[in-house]
Design a protein around this ligand. Structure first.
Ligand SMILES: [Zn+2]
Length: 266
């Protein structure tokens, strides 16, 4: 049995960061509750304890004491960032064992694969929950509540689902959790076309310089770009996914940024 302690940051009289009509404590509870539900419903031999399951005030000491007393194998603290910036970052305690960093790498990577947040990197910090927990621990900062674009995503339930799913897939990979029979299609959804990748293309040109110009504009707007040469054309793409829904999300993001985007199947 793998014991995962999930800690929704803040709560009760401590709202955490607040901006754009949302409060950190509510978003962290949403993400954490979905992480718990997916872990328990889709995986064998895992148990979950949460530091809070409602809008309760829980001190930092109570949180780490609960995890330590329970004998958790892993501590996952979920937060939303603020203070100017955008994107996702994760933390472990400075100088921790290689194993803790390996877990961080796996989980960080899965979350990056399952959201379109920009990657602010894997970091280390002397946070209470990382320092006082006796087991391997990670703290995730899931977007910036005071950034309009991040906040808009945090208000979107499908984005919250993706954040939670990224955490789950990371925890499952790190701890070699076994999926319950019958749920494998949820874990690895098949693309509509078995071998295809859904690429998001924003333009195609016969002149390379025109493709480069568009790629530069997209980059300025924060997209990752690459130019693919095919059939005497230079195609500007901003992403490729195994799952169509992620391609469609990126298209929406591109459209919001004023780019004409569509899916091509490679
Ligand atoms: Zn926080």
């Amino acid at each position: 049995m793998v014991k995962i302690f999930i800690d929704p940051g803040h709560g009760g009289t401590d709202p955490g960061a607040a901006a754009n009509e949302i409060q950190e404590k509510n978003i962290t509870l949403q993400i954490s509750s979905i992480i718990r539900d997916i872990l328990l419903s889709e995986y064998e031999d895992v148990s979950v304890l949460m530091s809070r399951t409602g809008d309760e005030t829980v001190s930092l000491d109570s949180r780490t004491n609960a995890a330590n007393n329970w004998g958790a194998d892993y501590y996952v603290s979920v937060h939303i960032n603020s203070g100017g910036g955008s994107g996702f970052e994760s933390y472990v305690y400075p100088g921790v064992a290689r194993q803790t960093v390996t877990y961080q790498e796996i989980i960080h990577q899965k979350i990056m694969e399952h959201t379109l947040l920009s990657n602010r990197g894997m970091k280390q910090a002397d946070f209470h929950v990382l320092r006082e927990s006796n087991m391997d621990a990670i703290l995730t900062e899931n977007g910036f509540i005071d950034n309009a674009a991040d906040a808009a995503q945090l208000k979107d339930s499908s984005f919250i689902d993706h954040l939670a799913r990224g955490h789950v897939l990371g925890i499952a990979a790190a701890f070699h959790l076994t999926a319950k029979i019958g749920n494998s299609q949820i874990l690895q959804p098949e693309p509509t076309i078995a071998t295809g990748l859904f690429s998001v293309q924003i333009g195609a040109f016969s002149e390379q310089s025109n493709a480069e110009k568009l790629a530069f504009q997209a980059k300025e707007k924060g997209f990752h770009t690459f130019i693919k040469q095919e059939n005497a054309q230079y195609k500007v793409q901003i992403g490729a996914f195994k799952e169509r829904e992620y391609a469609e999300e990126l298209i929406q993001k591109a459209k919001n940024a004023g780019l004409a985007a569509f899916i091509t199947i490679d």
